[in-house]
Design a protein. Sequence first.
Length: 145
Amino acid sequence: MASKSKAKDKASTAYESARPYVQRLIEDEELRDNLREAYEAGRNAYDRASGAKKPSALLDDKKLQRDLKSASESLRAASEALREPEKRPSGGGHPILKLLFIAFIGAVLAIALSEDLRKAVLDQLFGAEEEFEYTSTTSPPSPTA
């Protein structure tokens, strides 16, 4: 019975240590793409290497070298992605804040583009303009002859 308990503890520890990586793999599309590319390039390199008739021909095979390079680059990118902290979506933020920002931009544009709305806002802020008619109290100079 003690061995079952030890096995269960080891399995639990393994699960807990692998959990963040599995979660990251599920959520990170770029990581999955890197792993998929590495697998495909490695598979192509393996097929090419296993089909070679002479081992010395493998050293000159440009396609094999390209596949191996691609596989190593994809694996490097995947391992770096797993080591660095998880990226948050760049368009993140609270949805209410996004909505308020969009409403603010819309209000500014509406005020800037609509003369009637602009007059109404100014009237609310500073009071209605008084109509002012100017009449001159002086008479124009008479022409002298």
